[in-house]
Design a protein around this ligand. Structure first.
Ligand code: AHR
Length: 494
């Protein structure tokens, strides 16, 4: 069966903002402790950060990381995590029912981010926290000196301001699970006052308002409308979060990309409605600041352990196919989705998985993220793809091939990312590249296999990974490229 494909270098959706490949570290389970930070580990550096984990983070080419939460954020007092470690309080974390030692706080995270070549995206607590405390944190991180909070930073060892540019105004404030949940009116007002204070302290910062926690919230998309009506001129992005899991119907699971596409379009339309209503010239961008495959039904919390192994999903080949489809959807919306955070980065629903005292391995989802983050740069082309379709229960009719194409003008390469969801058919991508003239495939990496449940473990760390195939020997402006059934593909051309 054939899938017709046409790409033109002049027909673009938009530029890829590198922040699309952001990620997320929360004080949750083993993300921080025994994840990025494990002073007793043989590979820990002088600050206690695991160098093996840092190397994998660098390989993923993650430009920005959101911190410190997540649900944790809404009960967190950031002042607990600064100053001499022996004086920091140990607290109950009510979000994940664990004990937080506060060994790692803002200063340690900033040090880790700096060493990992990562920009920080910090979040302020608008659950139990106040707008004033949010302003104090901006003063601590961004003000040069000669004030209480900035001098405290200097006293704690950091002379120069961190100049953190991107800030989230709370986390999932629409959710009943959130500590200090608010309705849209109350959140809108509280976040607006926090935004004013934070921007008065540092007018150069960019702010992200809490949008809906998932498209399944009963308040979606009304929440987003009301929040934006309060905040439109004060913020630069509206956030959205969405997780997918296999609930037994494989086509529904593979079609998760269609749900994400619909979610983004609805939020964009809601933002545009508010723009029109406010007679505003400003366009509201989206920060998709939590997304992944996550088996939420399996979460079990025990009481008050320190850094317990929770939310440690072991991703399968099938999960990585779905994950690839989601990456394509994010790319297809680069004109609107300017930032995204893969939730999360280490151990907790993450591409990187560590053993306390032992190795760090790549989960199956590591690979699609690595490929798109490293090779999905430049501009996204508005490629025309005509694929066979199937009917799903959850998403209606979906194409069997979900794809996105990026064109990197720096090295004149094209990258086609494609998911073939068909359980029965290999497809031939009947690809026309007229405006590019002669092209040839530099590499075609594929993830597929008969065992969709295959995962990577400490015993078999390389069980699921891409392999190179020779899908075409031709060159020219018209190629035929094989997309095996149930496969994730990266095809690079020059
Ligand atoms: O990423 C895990 C959790 O998912 C986050 O803490 C929360 O924001 C979301 O519900």
């Amino acid at each position: 069966k054939r899938v017709s494909y046409f790409a033109d270098k002049n027909y673009k959706i938009g530029e890829v903002d590198p922040k699309l490949f952001g990620s997320f570290i929360e004080h949750l389970g083993r993300a921080v402790y025994t994840g990025i930070y494990e002073p007793e580990h043989p590979l820990a550096d002088e600050d206690g950060f695991r160098k093996d984990v840092m190397d994998l983070v660098k390989e993923l080419n993650v430009p920005i990381v959101r911190y410190p939460g997540g649900n944790f954020l809404s009960g967190y007092d950031w002042t607990d995590g600064i100053g001499p470690k022996e004086k920091r309080p140990t607290r109950l974390d009510l979000a994940w029912r664990t004990t937080e030692t506060n060994e790692v706080g803002i200063d340690e995270f900033m040090k880790w981010a700096h060493k990992s070549n990562i920009e920080a995206m910090l979040a302020v607590n608008l659950g139990t926290g106040t707008p004033k405390e949010a302003g104090n944190l901006v003063e601590y991180t961004n003000h040069p000196g000669n004030t209480y909070w900035s001098d405290l930073r200097i006293q704690n060892g950091q002379k120069d301001p961190y100049n953190v540019k991107v800030w989230c105004l709370g986390n999932e404030m629409d959710g009943p699970w959130q500590i200090g949940q608010l309705n849209a009116e109350d959140y809108g007002k509280k976040a607006r006052e926090a935004a004013k204070i934070m921007k008065w302290v540092d007018p150069t910062i960019k702010l992200v308002a809490c949008g809906s926690s998932t498209a399944e919230m009963p308040t979606f998309p009304e929440w987003d409308r009301v929040v934006l009506e309060h905040l439109y001129e004060h913020v630069d992005y509206i956030s959205c979060h969405r997780y997918y899991e296999n609930l037994g119907n494989i086509n529904d699971f593979l079609g998760s990309f269609a749900d994400m596409d619909h979610f983004i379009k609805t939020i964009a339309s809601t933002a545009d409605y508010v723009q029109a209503k406010n007679r505003s010239k400003k366009k509201m961008y989206i920060s998709f600041d939590e997304w992944n495959v996550w088996y939420q039904k399996k979460v079990e919390l025990k009481d008050w352990e320190i850094a317990p192994p929770i939310l440690e999903d072991n991703y399968s080949l099938l999960d990585s196919l779905v994950f690839g489809g989601l990456l394509c959807t994010l790319l297809q919306h680069v004109d609107r989705v300017k930032m995204a955070s893969l939730a999360q980065l280490v151990n907790v629903i993450a591409p990187i998985f560590t053993q306390k005292g032992g190795p760090a391995i790549k989960q199956a989802i590591f690979y699609p993220f690595y490929q798109v983050s490293n090779f999905g740069r430049g501009v996204v082309l508005n490629s025309l793809v005509e694929s066979p379709k199937i009917e799903t229960n959850k998403h209606g009719e979906i194409p069997l091939v979900q794809s996105s194409t990026t064109y990197n003008l720096v090295d004149n390469t094209l990258s086609i990312f494609a998911l073939n969801c068909s359980e029965d058919d290999d497809f031939v991508l009947d690809a026309q590249f007229r405006s590019f003239g002669q092209v040839k495939v530099i590499e075609h990496l594929v993830m597929d296999g008969t065992n969709l449940d295959a995962t990577n473990t400490f015993e078999t760390p390389d069980n699921v990974k891409p392999s190179q195939i020779d899908s075409t020997s031709k060159t020219g402006d018209h190629l035929e490229i094989k997309l095996p059934k149930m496969s994730w593909n990266m095809i690079r051309l020059q």
